[in-house]
Design a protein around this ligand. Structure first.
Ligand code: BTN
Length: 243
């Protein structure tokens, strides 16, 4: 896999998207930056990270005709790749908070932002952006965050983590492209943070309610069993999980 290393950039996702519009980017290309001036998170949020202690990078993956209906599976495959890679690196209690935050115990260790390139009814490529907390020793303003170092007590080599995680992401997406989405969905569901536990949520109109996470729909929504025991589907923008 080809690695492009940058000192500072607005966002590795933006850089890789722009690059792929202008030249033919090799499958599996990785762009990593020491600092991002406009790191982007999910749902229009910002992603800030500490230079020298964390990884901010994007992986380019081509698909050979993945139907657009399979887009949620891309997010699930990447989350599973992160879980697998972190487990290999001895990070304890790794789970996936739907749709694709990676947790160690109850805290977020990694965020993922996937931007897909579509052609007709197919996804032809994805830019998979990953913000991974590696060697941070404190999160003063972010009590819900943790790092690989805090979770495991191990100091990591950033380059080694970058390669291991990127290879796993590539491998999982390659398998998805070759068509094993049912197994993937089941494995993803088994890894869900707070699966089968009563969990507090807030709907987009501010109503708090309890639900039990049961799994995900083929179309990507979260399946929650609510108080009358019915199963309801929720999209990301409809729901916030409360701790
Ligand atoms: C989130 O949890 O909100 C997703 C965060 C994703 C951050 C990464 S850092 C590398 C890549 N470039 C970006 O601008 N964002 C992603």
């Amino acid at each position: 896999m080809k690695i492009i290393k940058l000192n500072a950039i607005d966002s590795t996702n933006t850089y890789l998207k722009d690059l792929s519009r202008n030249v033919t980017v090799q499958d599996g290309t990785i762009v990593t930056a020491e600092a991002q001036t406009q790191g982007r998170g999910q749902m229009g949020s910002k992603w800030q990270s500490k230079t020298g202690r964390s990884l901010t990078f994007s992986v380019f993956k081509r698909f050979h005709g993945l139907p657009i209906t399979q887009q949620p599976m891309i997010a699930f495959a990447v989350a599973l790749a992160l879980q697998k890679a972190l487990q290999k690196l001895q990070i304890p209690m790794v789970s996936i908070k739907w749709p694709n935050d990676i947790m160690s115990y109850q805290k977020k260790i990694c965020g993922i932002l996937i931007e897909n390139q579509l052609e007709g009814s197919k996804v032809i490529a994805s830019v998979v952006g990953i913000g991974l907390n590696v060697n941070e020793t404190e999160f003063i303003q972010l009590p819900q965050a943790t790092s690989m170092r805090l979770a495991s007590g191990i100091q990591f080599n950033l380059d080694e983590v970058l390669v291991l995680v990127s290879e796993e992401v590539f491998r999982q997406l390659q398998a998805l492209d070759e068509g094993n989405s049912e197994v993937l969905k089941q494995t993803y569901e088994a890894s869900l943070f707070r699966r089968n536990k009563v969990t507090a949520f807030e709907s987009k109109d501010g109503v708090q309610f309890n639900g039990i996470i049961k799994g995900v729909a083929d179309t990507g929504e979260l399946l929650l069993e609510i108080e009358d025991e019915s199963l309801q589907k929720y999209e990301v923008k409809q729901l916030k999980m409360l701790f």
